[in-house]
Design a protein around this ligand. Structure first.
Ligand SMILES: [Zn+2]
Length: 375
């Protein structure tokens, strides 16, 4: 334990691995974490959804029957973006109380904080309930690592789940789901001077679009996450001005709330638009939420109060997380989104994490785990 890195040192070390996704290439970063965790007594198993795309499950068994507490985080990052950085994105540079680099906030500091908490707890003897780390690859492009492990049935059950995504150490009770659809209409092409010989796919798309403006999900808003929303983001169709177009397509971004299943949303929109519109899902990540008055959520609120200066109020995250796949696969355990990163720094140029929050998260994760595990 003496030579185990601090949460800040481990955050820096993780930032130095280039895990920009695409292409991802998380293997070296995952191996580094796997070796550290094995060194302190965790059992570590790697899972690859594609070559070099390595996720890890690390576990410290408990002596009783109580389900383990799970901490989860992803080790891939988004690309650097087109604007130049004023700091080296892979150096783990410190300045003004901040740790700079791609993936500091989103979310290598969060992973480092729970790994360090786990390393400390592993030295305290066999816990009553176990500790489980699910460290994922491929989150930024649609939770591929989490989805792969959920489908492979290797996750097991969890009693509670902490998703260490950036929240400035403020606990979020859940997030909306995201369902992206492409809607395609088809017609019959003809010369533009004789439209009566064709069937115009753009008109069909336009009818569908106009109808969608009035679409009602027919579900009451969620008390904390708000309403389900729908937005048409892109449209394309036609090859040239003097032909009747035989194909048009547009895309819809739906943000769903708990209580809606995406399967039903797709069916509902399909029935509403009729058989002329063909729907194809592009991305499908369900929402999750835990009631704010759940006893474990209340315990997390209590633990976080001294760090935040006031007891947290029920809030939701604006982004989606791997929990969309992990929580249902692990027995629908209560799930909190809580991590040291700054949510507004995610995916930004000159991304940073406040150094002070990293050790606070490590300490808070330790307390959350100790209470769960009876240590
Ligand atoms: Zn993230």
């Amino acid at each position: 334990m003496a030579d185990f890195p601090s949460a800040l040192e481990l955050s820096e070390a993780l930032v130095r691995f280039d895990t920009i996704n695409p292409p991802g290439d998380e293997q070296a970063c995952a191996d580094h974490l796997g070796r550290l965790l094995e060194g302190v007594g965790f059992k570590v198993a790697p899972y690859e959804f594609a070559p070099g795309r390595t996720s890890l499950i690390a576990s410290l068994p408990g002596r009783g029957d109580k389900a383990p507490i799970c901490f989860t985080g992803h080790i891939d990052t988004v690309p650097l973006g087109s604007r130049p950085w004023s700091k080296d994105p892979f150096a783990g540079e410190r300045a003004d109380g901040r740790l700079y680099g791609r993936g500091t906030s989103d979310m290598k500091a969060g992973v480092a904080a729970f790994v360090c908490a786990g390393a400390h707890l592993a030295g305290l003897g066999e816990p009553e309930a176990g500790i489980l780390f699910v460290i994922t690859a491929g989150e930024e492009t649609g939770c591929e690592g989490a989805d792969h492990m959920a489908k492979a049935g290797v996750l097991g059950r969890a009693g509670a789940i902490v998703v260490a995504e950036p929240s400035s150490n403020y606990p979020y009770i859940g997030h909306k789901g995201a369902l992206w659809l492409e809607v395609e209409t088809h017609g019959v092409t003809a010369h533009g001077s004789m439209p009566e010989h064709g069937e115009n796919a753009i008109y069909k798309a336009a009818h569908a679009l106009t109808k969608l403006e009035d679409f009602d999900f027919n579900i009451a808003p969620h008390g904390i996450l708000g309403r389900a929303t729908l937005n048409v983001g892109t449209i394309e169709g036609g090859l040239n001005i003097n032909s009747v177009p035989d194909r048009a397509a547009f895309t819809i971004d739906i943000r769903s709330i708990p209580g809606q299943t995406h399967h039903e949303v797709i069916e509902g929109i399909g029935a509403y638009l009729g058989p002329e519109a063909r729907l194809r899902p592009i991305m499908d990540v369900e929402g999750i939420s835990t009631p704010a008055d759940h006893p474990w959520m209340q315990e997390v609120y209590e633990i976080m109060t001294p760090y935040l200066g006031a007891r947290p109020e029920p809030r939701g995250a604006s982004y989606f997380t791997d929990a969309a796949y992990l929580t249902p696969a692990m027995g629908n355990a209560p799930t909190v989104i809580l991590g040291p990163g700054e949510p507004q720094m995610a995916h930004q140029t000159d991304e940073y994490c406040l150094i002070e929050r990293i050790d606070q998260a490590r300490e808070a994760f330790e307390t959350i785990a100790r209470r769960w595990c009876g240590l």
